[in-house]
Design a protein. Structure first.
Length: 292
């Protein structure tokens, strides 16, 4: 009798273990929706309503070299009449009120470089439908820009916070810590020239351009950085997907770092009093690929 009971117990454990393994395998093999960013200095430069834009007289701009980016919100939208929040909301980042008002919790932000997966979720969790637009609320940018000071060219690293409101404890730029412990509204920045040990921070008084080609039918909230872009062909989810799908969010960085000139030479010279007036992205083109 003892032998029979022992045998049954062993068989039960084997059966249970196999069942767990199979469940894990099914979960691991669920086709995923993978979101990645691309930074394109040649992509068309747009204004806030999604129209091609030139640099205003008296200003100058450059295309920065991006290191990393973060976003706070991602939504797939069926058409141009769909209002913000009425599409398929695929991601909302952590928020906090520690600074007194609701704000993006930067300490929990996911920061990625070009080509890194920002988000990976099972396709079965994406509502079935046909989506024409993507809306992504960008919150943080880290990039290198060229700077002229006392006749010498330097490369500086800029951290640009473009989210509606950001609660920041301490953040690092090129290895330099900036202690904040407070909310910072859209436009806060920190800047470092590593080669000379220079660092500073401030609040931009300019406008952060947020391209939205459907602004006339589906406007975005004031103060947000909810960039909108259109798929060349609608992104369709049927529920029968068997392979991973990668969505690439190509962001235009074409002269996206803009300042007001004091010395008319096309060089960014902060020591001469040249102030940054725009740190927004200049357009979004989403595309998707079915992976093997």
């Amino acid at each position: 009798m003892k032998i029979k009971i022992l045998t049954l117990l062993v068989l039960s454990v084997i059966s249970f273990s196999c069942s767990d393994k199979d469940d894990d395998q099914v979960i691991a093999e669920d086709p995923q929706l993978i979101i990645k960013f691309k930074f394109d200095p040649t992509q068309v430069r747009l204004n806030g309503t999604g129209q091609p834009s030139t640099i205003p007289a008296g200003n100058a701009a450059q295309s920065p070299i991006f290191n990393s980016i973060s976003a706070h919100y991602l939504e797939f939208t069926p058409n141009a009449l769909t209002q913000v929040g009425q599409g398929a909301i695929l991601y909302t980042g952590p928020s906090t009120a520690l600074g007194g008002a609701n704000a993006i919790d930067f300490s929990q932000a996911k920061i990625v470089g070009e080509g890194e997966a920002f988000l990976s979720i099972p396709l079965k969790n994406v509502p079935h439908g046909s989506y024409e637009y993507v809306r992504v609320s960008l919150s943080y940018q880290n990039y290198n820009v060229n700077v002229l000071a006392s006749g010498v060219n330097y490369v500086g690293t800029l951290a640009s916070f473009v989210g509606y409101n950001n609660y920041i404890t301490t953040h690092n730029v090129a290895g330099n810590p900036f202690v904040v412990n407070d909310d910072k509204l859209q436009g806060y920045w920190a800047f470092v020239i590593p080669s000379v040990g220079y660092s500073t921070s401030g609040q931009s008084t300019g406008v952060t351009t947020v391209p939205n080609p459907i602004s006339s039918t589906s406007p975005i909230p004031a103060g947000s950085c909810l960039v909108t872009g259109k798929f060349a062909n609608n992104f369709v989810v049927t529920g029968n997907e068997t392979k991973n799908i990668e969505v690439q969010l190509s962001l235009s960085i074409n002269n996206s770092f803009e300042w007001q000139e004091v010395n008319i030479d096309g060089k960014y010279e902060p020591a001469a009093g040249e102030n940054v007036v725009d740190m927004g992205l200049r357009g979004l083109i989403p595309s998707f690929t079915i992976l093997n």
